[in-house]
Design a binder for this molecule. Structure first.
Ligand code: ZN
Ligand code: ZN
Length: 365
């Protein structure tokens, strides 16, 4: 049985238990793309999947050929308005209660379906596909590992190139170009290159700031390979950093290690966050760590489960999560260290291998 078919069967069991007799997944402009890809392998932007006793896949003429190559289901072509055709298929299948994901379906689509589907009941049923996606197979972990390795090779390459006077945006673009040239589908998110005081903003976008000697450069980067994302942060210094930055780095590293140590199946995302946070709090830096400790990564860079003070997630085998504590001093600098780990039989298996034991100093000459 193909992995896609296996996933669809799991989904079918899951949604049926919620009292519906079909699950409708509509990807017409991209919001459901990761879910559709997960269930069918289809990488296009227009695809509709009906999972029921019988499973149907529909696309439009732009994607018919592609779908025939990628999808292990009969490809039904829709021309013109698609909503009435989907309703017709649902009626043919004899279903009454149609489950639909709540997190990515727009209210507009929901209303349109209800209007067109007299006699059918559309029921929001949470995020069943995202829930399945949290647990990665060995094949998926292998793909993430490939993305991590490419991400690290790129970081190694760019660290040999950066020098004072370069613009953050130039550094980020060179790195992105390198990833694509070396086989990445894409970058997993807009690469963050944050230098000096810019690094004090956790989600700064690479901008016009010029790299300066003696300042911090924070790289939060990830290539996407075969659909799967990497997410890695390393903070380096361009020339000898001041003592304050070195001290902060040591503490963030300890928090990162404590977080990784705490990871195992059965532990809550909240507890893992607390273990790492405690290190920074005890050093009086709790206030400077304003975000959660980590998040799941897979076909998307931000998925479940979450590691944070408010998370209700419990880790299970096969989760892939980041551990990324950071401290930020507005107007001065920020330090973050982010690794990607798999929740495995013997605790955390760390996928990222880029050196982190001390604040790396580049361009010392
Ligand atoms: Zn990141
Ligand atoms: Zn992250």
């Amino acid at each position: 049985m193909s992995e896609y078919r296996e996933r669809r069967e799991k989904l079918w069991e899951k949604v049926r238990a919620q009292g519906v007799d079909a699950f409708l997944l509509v990807n017409v402009e991209g919001s459901e793309q990761p879910n559709l890809r997960y269930l069918t392998g289809f990488t296009g932007t227009f695809g509709i999947l009906i999972v029921a006793e019988e499973t149907l896949f529909l696309t439009d003429p732009r994607y018919t050929e592609q779908a025939k190559n990628q999808v292990d289901l009969e490809v039904l072509e829709v021309r013109g308005r698609w909503i009435p055709q989907v309703i017709m298929r649902l009626r043919e299948l004899g279903v009454k209660r149609v489950g639909i994901g709540s997190t990515r379906t727009t209210l507009y689509l929901f209303e349109e379906l209800k209007k067109a589907g007299e006699g059918l009941e559309f029921v929001p049923i949470g995020a069943p596909v995202e829930e399945l996606r949290r647990v990665k197979s060995e094949e998926e972990i292998e793909k993430i590992k490939e993305a991590v390795e490419l991400t690290e090779a790129g970081l190694q390459w760019i660290l040999g190139k950066i020098k004072p006077g370069m613009r953050e945006r130039e550094v980020a673009l060179e790195l992105e170009f390198w990833y694509r040239k070396e086989g990445a589908d894409d970058v997993a998110f807009d690469l963050i290159v944050a230098a000096g005081p810019q690094s004090a903003m956790p989600h700064h976008r690479a901008g016009e700031y010029l790299l300066k000697k003696g300042e911090i450069v924070l790289f939060d980067i990830g290539a996407r390979v075969d659909g799967y994302c990497a997410d890695l942060t390393r903070t380096v210094a361009l020339g000898e950093p001041d003592k304050e930055a070195k001290e902060a780095y040591k503490l963030v590293l300890r928090a990162n290690e404590a977080g990784i140590q705490a990871i195992k199946a059965g532990v809550s995302g909240k507890d893992v966050d607390a273990k790492a946070r405690k290190i920074l709090e005890e050093a009086g830096l709790g206030e400077h760590f304003g975000h959660g400790l980590g998040h799941g990564v897979g076909l998307e860079v931000h998925e479940g489960p979450r590691l944070s003070a408010t998370s209700e997630d419990i880790l299970v085998l096969g989760n892939v999560v980041t551990v990324e504590p950071g401290v930020y001093f507005p107007g001065k600098f920020g330090i973050r260290i982010e690794d990607l780990v798999v929740v495995s039989e013997d605790g955390a298996r760390v996928l990222s291998a880029f050196p982190k034991d001390e604040l790396i100093v580049v361009g010392r000459r």
